[in-house]
Ligand binder design. Structure first.
Ligand code: ADP
Length: 186
């Protein structure tokens, strides 16, 4: 069981690239944001609890997302995790979970895009898709959450020799190629 992580700020193209890589490698693509939105759409108790947080652009408490990922990881399959972990405590919990399952974390892809470009992309996506957390004020909040809570993850994984920093600028297929080279050993 192999696992590859995607870390990147909102608008970095993380979802697009994770999906393309999953297809090429034949890995399952597990998207935390989608799991959470699914709970909200189905109006589950969890969904009701987290809805205001997503709408405000704030992260959901660690224990809730850790529970959710534990429910979705099946032994024996290979995974690309997209949007989990986003905090150091989540990363520590994931290490335990993978150790229990005898799985190994193969690489962590950090997609890097300058903040100015992120804002441009997110505002464009807001116009096209109308996602409720894609408005200017909420976008700023999500970027701030990324800077304060998710960016420390990069040091955590760099210290383990797992971090691969990839530029998220340029053509989509070229970015996928760069990522493929970075995960050749997986
Ligand atoms: P984006 O990367 O554009 O912010 P996502 O779909 O990945 O979009 O996430 C949407 C929202 O879901 C986040 O703003 C946050 O509220 C919540 N979320 C997603 N993943 C996590 C996580 N690992 N921990 C806490 N909250 C999360």
């Amino acid at each position: 069981m192999q696992v590859i992580l995607f870390v990147g700020p909102p608008g970095s193209g993380k979802g697009t690239q994770a999906q393309r890589l999953a297809r090429e490698l034949g890995y399952r693509h597990l998207v935390m944001g989608d799991l959470l939105r699914h709970e909200i759409q189905n109006e589950t108790p969890l969904g009701r609890q987290i809805k205001p947080l997503l709408e405000a652009g704030l992260l959901v408490p660690d224990e809730l997302v850790i529970d959710l990922i534990a429910q979705h990881l099946q032994e024996g399959a290979n995974y690309i995790l997209d949007g989990f972990p986003r905090t150091v405590p989540q990363a520590q919990a994931l290490s335990h979970l993978l150790a229990q399952k005898g799985a190994s974390l193969c690489a962590v892809i950090a997609l890097e895009v300058p903040e100015e470009e992120l804002l441009t992309r997110l505002l464009k996506r807001a116009e096209l898709e109308g996602r409720s957390d894609d408005n200017p004020q909420i976008i700023q909040r999500r970027l701030a959450e990324y800077r304060t809570k998710t960016q420390p993850l990069l040091d955590f994984y760099a210290a383990q020799g797992l971090l691969r920093r990839i530029s998220g600028l340029g053509d989509i297929p070229d970015i996928t190629d760069r990522i493929k080279k970075a995960v050749e050993m997986c």
